[in-house]
Design a protein around this ligand. Structure first.
Ligand code: FES
Length: 636
């Protein structure tokens, strides 16, 4: 008997002015995906994060969820991933459920080497025409003219060569790409086209992606574009995304990653028109340098990630082949070589190696600590002779996950906050709009301020204060950051931070500090010998260092020892693009970097337990914080 086809219904999103047609039983979250509306679906649609709140109007069936409060339920709010279409619908998406305009860090501080020496270059040559007395093959004539031995060429280059030579009167421009062990002529253009030499540097982040279009003659950035990684709606953190890939197949994630990058490439090429006086073509981009964490690199290449997720956390490979643009479907010259940063471990990836390259710490005689705080915290310690690395699952608390009031650093996020004497708060909101939630840098401020004002104790437990700002809730005490009436449109409740949120934040900061301490212990080093601390990553760029020290997240060192390198992954990718020397250093970094697996390390767990206090169980490890506390007590 033929199976009855599912009925189809129209789902309309009025604020986005878009409608889609979906089969009966489709979730609202999937309808959003179809309509290309980016939703903050941290758990990938499993009903476990409570982020995808929407208000449907029409015919639907919704599964009740503990993430929906009684007040929300009475207003018709549901979880989009737990609500199924059973007729035509209109859907209002709550502001916090959207992935909005994000403060994507595209800045990176990396010293540009002089002279720059890209591993791709162009040479214009004028060749003697073939004669009966000089009838060597066209390709050998070209390499003879270039004066470069040991070159080869892909079949496509050979196919275009003979025509190009004769059509241009034997005057051609050859693009030569030198990445060991293959040195090849990747392109031959008629006449002199040596003036334009373009490459792209790509940072494949779990949350965001950034592409720089780089002038390879000067090492300068012509245009930058950034956006959310389109995979985000399939799970915010790497674990939920790997689980999604295992369930639905990794191909969708591969395509989403490549689509995001290709959209960014189109945007940088469009933006470059003004600077270059003409719109460069995709074919003009003749090199790529790509850095991402191990899992993102695997997704990008379509490799299986399931063995990275489970113990013993084994990637398919650390080193990826230097592929051609066409092999990875990039919107650049199909023969362009794409250098992909190697990973050091399942959870210390090419992005961390790029951080190290951008920081220059691998060339320094001094001891340096590098901290990259994202969903995972990655730490590297060392200098010119050795490097030690580790990763701690810091959790997404500072990226807006696992904290009820948390959100990413985008419009509507509180990024700075102070608590006044009457326990009300004063804050700064990204974009100047009414607040919607609080992002990582704001959360660090919040914990520091709550502790300084006595709202929480050293274990980050909220204390009874007698103020309306601290109150009991179903899940324990909570602090009201802001009341509902002063929040952004669509807010269904006061903006609060709960005891449970604070415990998640405490665990995250403890993991970062414990990872730093464990590496110092493993390598027999101490903070006394530390010349500097490098903070990398988008979240790190906005951190108030003094406050991060005051809650015991970063080591207690003078602030002048700290420096930010911004998006080190992008900065490193750019360095490896414009300098063959720096690209070779990537291998040197890989070789001298030891990896410590902390998930089974007793030292780490001991350090972690001691760090579950503000700032730490042992106050002598935070002398400046102890001095400030003593000073405050004396002033009372
Ligand atoms: Fe719906 Fe997480 S609860 S995406």
């Amino acid at each position: 008997m033929a199976r009855e086809a599912k009925r189809r219904f129209k789902v309309t999103f009025p604020s986005d002015e878009v409608s889609v047609e979906v089969a009966e039983g489709t979730t609202l979250l999937d309808a959003c995906r179809l309509a290309e509306i980016a939703i903050d679906a941290v758990c990938g649609g499993e009903g476990k994060c409570g982020r995808c709140k929407m208000r449907p109007n029409g015919s639907f069936k919704a599964t009740p969820s503990s993430f929906i409060t009684e007040a929300e339920a009475s207003e018709g709010i549901v979880l989009g991933c737990q609500c199924y279409v059973h007729g035509d619908l209109t859907v209002e998406i709550l502001p916090r459920s959207r992935i909005g305009r994000h403060q994507i860090l595209t800045k990176s501080v990396a010293e540009i080497p002089h002279p720059i020496q890209p591993w791709v270059y162009k040479r214009f040559v004028e060749l003697p025409p073939a004669t009966i007395n000089d009838n060597i093959a066209d390709f050998e004539r070209l390499t003879r003219g270039l004066g470069t031995m040991g070159l080869c060429a892909p079949l496509e280059t050979l196919n275009e060569l003979s025509g190009a030579l004769r059509a241009s009167g034997w005057k051609v421009t050859a693009t030569i790409s030198k990445i060991e062990p293959v040195n090849e002529v990747t392109r031959v253009e008629p006449l002199d086209r040596a003036g334009t030499l373009l490459g792209i540097a790509v940072d494949i982040g779990t949350t965001t992606m950034v592409v720089d279009l780089v002038d390879l003659h000067f090492g300068s950035v012509i245009a930058t574009a950034s956006d959310y990684n389109r995979q985000t709606s399939r799970g915010e953190d790497v674990i939920s995304r790997m689980m999604y890939g295992e369930e639905k197949g990794g191909d969708e994630l591969r395509v989403l990653a490549r689509d995001t990058i290709n959209e960014l490439i189109s945007r940088v090429l469009r933006s470059a028109t003004i600077k270059l006086g003409k719109r460069p073509s995709a074919g003009d981009v003749v090199a790529a340098s790509i850095a991402g964490n191990t899992i993102m690199t695997h997704f990008f290449l379509g490799l299986d990630t399931r063995r990275i997720r489970l113990e013993p956390y084994v990637p398919v490979a650390y080193h990826m082949p230097c592929l051609k643009g066409r092999e990875v479907d990039l919107g650049i010259n199909p023969r362009a070589r794409a250098f992909i940063f190697p990973s050091r471990a399942g959870y210390v990836g090419g992005d961390v190696i790029a951080d190290v390259l951008a920081s220059g710490m691998h060339r320094s005689n001094d001891l340096t600590l590098l901290i990259d705080v994202g969903t995972n915290g990655e730490i590297v310690l060392g200098g010119k002779d050795w490097l030690a690395s580790c990763s701690c699952s810091a959790g997404p608390a500072f990226e807006g996950g696992e904290v009820s009031c948390g959100m990413r650093a985008m419009e509507g996020a509180i990024d700075k906050i102070r608590i006044n004497d009457d326990l009300t708060s004063s804050y700064h909101v990204i974009g100047g709009a009414p607040p919607v939630g609080i992002c990582g840098s704001g959360l660090i401020d919040l914990v520091a301020e709550m502790y300084a004002s006595g709202i929480i104790d050293r274990k980050a437990r909220i204390q009874e204060s007698g103020s309306k700002r601290t109150r009991a809730s179903e899940s324990g005490l909570e602090y009201v950051i802001e009341t509902k009436g002063r929040l952004g449109k669509g807010a269904s409740a006061d903006l609060v931070v709960t005891d449970a949120d604070l415990q998640n934040l405490l665990r995250t900061k403890a993991a970062v500090f414990a990872a730093c301490s464990t590496l110092l212990k493993k390598t027999d080093e101490s903070l006394d010998g530390m010349a500097g601390v490098v903070i990398a990553g988008g979240f790190g760029f906005h951190i108030d260092i003094a406050r991060a020290i005051s809650i015991g997240m970063f080591p207690d060192l003078p602030q002048e020892k700290y420096r930010f390198i911004g998006n080190g992954s992008l900065g490193g990718a750019r360095l490896a693009l414009i300098s063959a020397k720096r690209r070779r250093e990537v291998e040197d970094i890989f070789e001298k970097m030891t990896y410590f697996e902390l998930s089974v390390d007793n030292d780490f767990y001991n350090e972690f337990s001691s760090s579950l206090f503000i700032p730490h169980t042992d106050l002598s490890r935070f002398p400046s914080v102890a001095r400030n506390r003593a000073g405050r007590r004396g002033a009372r």
